[in-house]
Ligand binder design. Structure first.
Ligand code: SF4
Length: 432
């Protein structure tokens, strides 16, 4: 087996996924990167005789493993595994080790969805090459909740052939003209998928439909990522700040990321990229909507030279409850300032394609696991079902812990319950 690609699952004596501290698990089950079990290994450090000589490093116990699945781990241990050892901790609620590995690998999970209406891309077939909330940013406005822990290493989370097979099925089941774009979007940062470039190339061999990548742009400082994205038709990075302090406060990135390097990466990418470069700026009240910050962003945008700028505000429930939408006057002023760098484009809303959804529960989950949605719009979108059935399904999903209701700016939203959101009490932005 390829070194450092195995998946370890901590288990107890009854073969259930372990709930205690990882190094006291009596056994570890090892799976290969395809999810096949290869070995059950006793943990010597769990025995009485060695309990007082714990391993210095996780890799002393499981040297070939890059993913570790368990049912409990403190935040600090998770961060240490990622930062110091490049091991991805996966906290699961599933008791059965094989099922937990299959869930991690996305077996049975749809990695392709839609087409769904995209504000900027019309009807977009989404391709999701990374697990829920895998990101090197922890944006205060993220509609998927907080990133726990941050990930910065590029890797293949799912076998690329599984992603390609699902794209092929989705393309075959739609008529020409029903899909405007095939879009790598992900429930996190898609450039963290190591095979992104080859996936884009393979999909281009399958179809003439244009391809887009929605990214936070943080890895554009890397030449390999620039080369991979250069074969797409539209690349849509984010730029919320041009100074390190504001960048840290709003995007709360992987610690070593520098916004100046990211901006230089965007400039270098623009020089080599013949497609459309559309940059999104998310405005958060009190964080990046003041004139000085906006002038800095404008200057960076003037150097990057995108084809379009899309100004956005946090209209869906954000990761942090204190996040606020700037008032109309501030948004207008931002539009005037940033509009000096490139054309500003208005949003778009279309209809959701739910043809892949088997029943109402599938249909609701297919929508809210991508982003929170207003209850009103959810009922409209699911108009093929009776409104009473939609409400009953939402109540059922809420009581089973799979969906959550949130009131945001006076409206009821429904969101996926897997995300971690901040307390609803207000906290000043400078506490971030
Ligand atoms: S908004 Fe995007 S870049 Fe920011 S934390 Fe969420 S997924 Fe990551």
């Amino acid at each position: 087996m390829n070194k450092r690609l195995a998946i370890a699952v901590a288990i107890d004596s009854k073969n259930r996924v372990w709930k205690g501290a990882f190094r006291t698990a009596p056994w570890y089950m090892i799976f290969d990167q395809r999810g096949e079990p290869t070995e059950k290994r006793r943990n010597a450090y769990a025995d009485e005789s060695k309990r007082h000589q714990p391993p210095a490093l996780f890799t002393e116990i499981l040297p070939e493993c890059s993913v570790f699945i368990t049912r409990h781990m403190e935040d600090e241990s998770q961060h240490r595994l990622v930062k110091k050892l490049s091991v991805m901790p996966v906290i699961t609620e599933i008791e059965d080790p094989l099922q937990a590995v299959q869930a991690y690998l996305g077996k049975g999970k749809s990695l392709v969805y839609g087409p769904v209406p995209s504000r900027r891309l019309g009807q977009s077939l989404g391709v999701d090459p990374i697990p829920f909330k895998t990101c090197n940013y922890n944006c205060v406005y993220c509609q998927l909740g907080r990133t726990k822990p941050l990930s910065h290493e590029r890797r293949d989370f799912y076998p690329p052939e599984r992603i390609l097979a699902q794209v092929r099925v989705a393309l075959d089941s739609h008529e020409p003209g029903e899909i405007d774009y095939v879009t790598f979007v992900g429930q996190g940062e898609p450039t963290l998928c190591a095979s992104l470039g080859s996936l884009i190339r393979e999909i281009k061999n399958m179809t003439d439909i244009r391809m887009a990548v929605i990214t936070n742009g943080s890895l554009l400082y890397r030449a390999d990522v620039r080369d991979e994205l250069a074969i797409a038709d539209v690349v849509m990075p984010t730029l919320d700040a041009a100074d390190q302090k504001t960048f840290r406060r709003i995007n709360r990135s992987w610690p070593k990321l520098r916004i100046t390097e990211i901006i230089e990466g965007m400039i270098a990418f623009r020089k080599m990229f013949n497609g459309q470069l559309w940059i999104e700026v998310m405005l958060v009240k009190g964080l990046n909507d003041d004139e000085k910050t906006l002038l800095g962003v404008r200057d960076a945008l003037s150097r990057i030279r995108p084809d379009r700028i899309h100004i956005n505000v946090p209209i869906r429930p954000p990761a942090e409850a204190w996040v606020e939408v700037p008032d109309d006057e501030t948004v207008e002023r931002a539009t005037a300032i940033l509009g000096e760098a490139a054309e500003i484009v208005a949003p778009y809303e279309g209809s959701f394609d739910l043809s892949d959804s088997v029943g109402i529960v599938d249909a609701v989950e297919a929508i809210i696991c991508r982003h929170p949605m207003r209850e009103r719009r959810l009922v409209e979108t699911l108009s093929k079902f009776a409104p009473g059935d939609v409400s009953a399904t939402l109540a059922k999903l809420e009581s089973s812990g799979r969906a959550r209701r949130r009131i945001y700016r006076g409206e009821t939203f429904w969101e996926y319950a897997g995300g971690t959101f901040g307390a609803t009490t207000r906290k000043a932005p400078h506490d971030v």
